[in-house]
Design a protein around this ligand. Structure first.
Ligand SMILES: NC(=O)c1ccc[n+]([C@@H]2O[C@H](COP(=O)([O-])OP(=O)(O)OC[C@H]3O[C@@H](n4cnc5c(N)ncnc54)[C@H](O)[C@@H]3O)[C@@H](O)[C@H]2O)c1
Length: 429
């Protein structure tokens, strides 16, 4: 790749920041990364990758000459005009997005007509306008602002960066938006060039729509359970309609992760704050909350009382191919089962370190078979390939009981039953 590409700054080196940095470095830019987490920055400087994301370590290593890491903004400000902001925007107690990290970044930048803030973090619609007001109040009115929301999916983030479905650039038509468009040009992705507020809304509306699709199929699954239909067949029949499409139609124990729950909530709050009651999103959230708990009803159906029972949870991360535990369904399940007096064994191929910070009082097993040993019931929580491809006869042999709940409809019921286990999925016959 050409080395004449413009250098950029990336502020925040989490899942989005690191992938963005590695991706633009791959396209030929020098990338100046900044994070307030000194330990993370030291690890990155040593060539370590603090998160699990397939392909990221290789991309970072391949482009290490172009990647610079620091806890201070100075180097980024000195070398780059475009400062991509990828700091966290977690939910507050009210469900609104916590923008304190974004404001900390704005406060740390000295007034400049040379620089532009390019917002990758997911922020409520109206944030760009508010930040531009802050620019004016703090003598930074010459600084440009661009909204460039990120749509990558953890687990396939590198591929998503290099082959995006679309690039959305929201700005007022100045130099900075043009520069962002130019940066993304080699990816030849469909471009949506729009205003800041619309770009912000594209992100929130996209995540809310996908979450709605998941809650919709989960409700269909629940109706299937009462009517004898099989949701896997139903979803296949629906998904072949190209107006509907097959993706996000897998019924299961609900969505989690660092984005859907908080972004759906943030859009609901945003609507409420502007005087609109977003009825549909209330239901999407309520269905998702209930869906995680329905697993416990299924366990009760087979085991009777949960107290004193041994339950093994296979998979902890909110989805396969990530170590991200934020809002993972496993957290709700652990807490619910513990409250009912179960003893719990858990196994995850990569998320154990993250999970240990969030879950106490469970036995972390070193292998799936260790986790299921002497279990009365097993729940497949995350459909890691290693777990989907387990030898179910060996699982049955190690268990005390024989109940298997497939929380992701990822298993072949016949194979599981042939191993002597009771199979129960979500909405399956
Ligand atoms: N994770 C995803 O799949 C995903 C996808 C699309 C969009 N997003 C959005 O992107 C944003 C970042 O998400 P993430 O998952 O990468 O978060 P993350 O928590 O993994 O990373 C955020 C990073 O920002 C750093 N940080 C916080 N305050 C800072 C400051 N003042 N200066 C410099 N660094 C600072 C943190 O130390 C951390 O390393 C969020 O708004 C999120 O909603 C995330």
């Amino acid at each position: 790749m050409s080395s004449a590409r413009q250098p950029i700054g990336v502020i925040g080196t989490g899942y989005v920041g690191l992938v963005t940095a590695a991706g633009f470095a791959e396209l030929g830019s020098d990338v100046y990364c900044v994070d307030i987490d000194a330990e993370k920055v030291e690890r990155l400087k040593r060539g370590e990758v603090p998160i699990y994301e397939p392909g990221l370590a290789e991309l970072l290593a391949q482009n290490k000459e172009r990647l610079h890491f620091s806890t201070a903004l100075d180097e980024a400000l000195a070398h780059a005009r475009l400062l991509f902001v990828a700091v966290g925007t977690p939910p507050t107690y009210s469900g609104d997005a916590d923008l304190s990290a974004v404001h900390a970044v704005v406060a740390a930048i000295s007034p400049s007509r040379e620089h532009a803030l390019v917002m990758k973090s997911t922020v409520p619609c109206g944030t760009g306008a508010n930040l531009q007001r802050v620019f004016k109040q703090t003598g930074k009115e010459d600084m440009a602002y661009v909204s460039c929301p990120e749509f990558l999916k953890e687990g396939s983030a590198v591929k998503d960066f290099l082959h995006p479905d679309r690039v959305v650039v929201g700005d007022d038509g100045g130099w900075a938006g043009d520069a962002v468009v130019e940066l993304y040009a080699p990816l030849a992705a469909p471009l949506v060039r729009t205003d800041v507020a619309s770009a912000e809304m594209v992100k929130l509306a996209s995540n809310a729509f996908l979450a709605t699709k998941i809650s919709f199929i989960n409700e269909i699954a629940n109706v299937c359970e009462g009517t004898g239909a099989d949701v896997v067949e139903v979803a296949r029949g629906m998904g072949l309609d190209d107006r509907i499409g097959p993706r996000f139609l897998q019924a299961g124990i609900g969505f989690g992760g660092s984005c859907f729950p908080k972004d759906v909530d943030a859009l609901k709050q945003l609507a409420g704050n502007s005087g609109y009651h977003f009825q549909l999103l209330n239901s999407v959230i309520a269905v998702n909350d209930l869906q995680k708990r329905r697993v416990v009803n299924k366990l009760q159906k087979h085991l009777g009382a949960i107290a004193g029972r041994r339950v093994a949870l296979l998979g902890l991360a909110f989805k396969p191919e990530t170590d991200d535990m934020r809002e993972a369904s496993s957290l709700v399940l652990c807490a619910r089962l513990q409250a009912d007096g179960a003893s719990i064994a858990v196994y995850d191929p990569v998320a154990e370190e993250q999970a240990r910070r969030l879950v106490t009082g469970v036995d972390f097993a070193a292998s799936p078979l260790d986790a299921v040993a002497e279990a009365d019931a097993v729940v497949l929580v995350t459909e890691w390939r290693e777990l989907v491809e387990l030898d179910w006869s060996a699982v049955a042999g190690a268990m005390r009981g024989n109940v298997l709940i497939d929380g992701r409809n990822a298993l072949d019921p016949q194979a599981v039953r042939a191993a002597g286990l009771i199979y129960e999925g979500v909405g399956r016959r």
